[in-house]
Write a protein that binds this ligand. Structure first.
Ligand code: GLU
Length: 469
């Protein structure tokens, strides 16, 4: 161990199959692998498992890469494409044959079916009748791994699940090379992890059974097994396995919904990992403290309320200029064009508005009072407020605000108090009238802040306009 308590030689990887968007479950796996590598000054590699030609698409590859970029999960080195390594996979299958750990199996589909049924009836997995055959036949064949003897126990010492035992009789003589000589996924994963020097594998617990099967290949090659940490999958708010029904499965949907990448990172981190009482941890901090012992064993539930709280936290911390751009972008995606004059009004308001927004969409909504065009579209309640006695209040507000030298909320607040005194009523009667005149009923910050943010010109124009309705 070195001075910083780093674990030596940590090489992790994220190995998605590009058959769809970057799923939030996948993003969380990538995040954990990224953080574990960072924490230990190791490397975090990316491998695209594109051997399933029918289901893999370039579009999905692009979505994975851009999703990871958006989340700030930068991988080290070049991306490895599994499909480009088929020859190397096949070489290892041949080495396994030479070692007697794999063999050519000449069973036809029908024979395989018969053997499979027999195995099922005997409560074990498929074993090929060719496992001890030494003859070369002039028939199509697949290459199968020789599964260990039925009684052998394969133990995976998993960092999350603890020791997980698999009895070899439940493992079949699995195919390594198909009849056309192409490698199977199970072989490719092992060879790639070895060649990439992967020492730690953090992935979904749907791969736990694969770990036992893969370790048979690893052991047969005399390679060192990586350390495994199989994490429970993310469940929906109803506790059921995450599916389309729960909505928002793809990382880019979160972007479109107005979540910040650092918020999604932080939320995904706490969804399955904990560290004492720490609640919201950002990527930088997590890179210093992430450990496998904090990974939970029970499935975590996606909780949009909590995600909103985390997002609100990061919106508050975000740079105003960045938020402005995100608001403009979000508006554009929702067919709202904000003109330059309005952008000028919104920009200085962000530091106030960001205190209360859970999403970029909410932030945009909160700029509605600034974006409103004159004449304002008054709600019925606002209309009533600005009529009758309201007109006197507004007229006085115009007169007094006009004289104001310094347009800041403290001075403005004094003027409002003065209006109340002059009209001989409480502030509670004055505030709503002026607010109605300025916003037409739209959500806005407290009154003096609203007036400050609207600026002198816009405030006076709106007040004058309200006198005319
Ligand atoms: N390609 C697999 C998947 O997307 C992951 C394989 C692994 O992590 O070993 O589920």
């Amino acid at each position: 161990m070195n001075q910083n308590n780093n674990i030596e030689n940590v090489i992790t990887r994220f190995a998605p199959s590009p058959t769809g968007f970057l799923h939030i479950g996948g993003a969380r796996t990538a995040l954990f692998n990224y953080l574990f590598a960072k924490r230990n000054n190791g490397k975090f590699l990316l491998r695209i498992e594109d051997t399933d030609k029918e289901r893999s698409t370039q579009e999905a590859v692009d979505a994975i890469i851009s999703g990871m970029e958006w989340l700030g999960l930068k991988h080290d080195g070049n991306i490895v494409y599994q499909s480009e390594r088929a020859n190397r996979h096949a070489d290892i299958a041949h080495e396994l044959m030479a070692k007697g750990a794999a063999f050519k199996c000449y069973m036809t589909a029908e024979e395989t079916e018969i053997e499979r049924n027999k195995a099922f009836a005997e409560g074990r997995a498929l074993r090929s009748p060719y496992r001890d055959n030494k003859e070369t036949l002039d028939k199509p064949f697949v290459v199968r791994l020789r599964a260990p003897d039925p009684d052998v126990e394969i133990i995976i010492d998993d960092k999350v699940q603890g020791p997980v035992k698999t009895i070899a009789k439940n493992l079949d003589d699995m195919i390594l090379l198909r009849t056309d000589g192409t490698p199977t996924y199970m072989l490719a994963v092992v060879v790639d992890d070895y060649d990439m020097g992967v020492t730690y594998i953090i992935r979904g617990d749907d791969h736990l059974i694969n770990a036992a099967r893969q370790s048979v290949i690893i052991d047969a090659m005399g390679w060192q097994r990586p350390v495994y940490a199989h994490i429970p999958l993310i469940h929906g708010e109803d506790g059921k396995k995450l599916s389309k029904r729960h909505g928002a499965l793809a990382v880019n949907e979160y972007e479109n919904m107005g979540y910040l990448p650092e918020a999604l990172d932080s939320y995904l981190l706490r969804l399955g990992w904990s560290h004492g009482d720490l609640d919201i941890v950002d990527l930088d901090e997590a890179s210093k403290i992430f450990n496998l012992s904090g990974l939970g064993k029970s499935p975590s539930r996606l909780d949009f309320t909590k995600l909103g709280v985390v997002n609100a936290h990061f919106i508050k911390l975000a740079d105003d200029k960045r938020l402005l751009n995100l608001i403009i972008e979000y508006a554009k995606n929702n067919n709202i064009i904000i003109d330059t004059a309005k952008i000028k009004l919104i920009e200085p308001a962000i530091k106030d508005l960001k205190e209360r927004a859970k999403t970029i969409g909410e932030l945009l909504e909160q700029t509605a009072f600034l974006r409103a065009n004159i004449p304002l579209d008054f709600s019925q309640k606002s209309k009533t407020l600005v009529e009758g006695e309201g007109k006197n209040v507004i007229a006085l507000a115009i007169e007094l605000l006009n004289t104001l030298k310094q347009w800041d909320r403290t001075q403005i607040s004094e003027i409002i108090t003065k209006i109340a005194t002059d009209r001989g009523v409480g502030l509670g009667k004055i505030g709503p009238v002026i607010r109605a005149a300025l916003t037409g009923g739209l959500v806005a910050p407290d009154l003096s802040a609203t007036i400050e943010l609207l600026g002198r010109d816009e405030t006076l124009v709106r007040l004058k306009n309200a006198l005319e309705i």
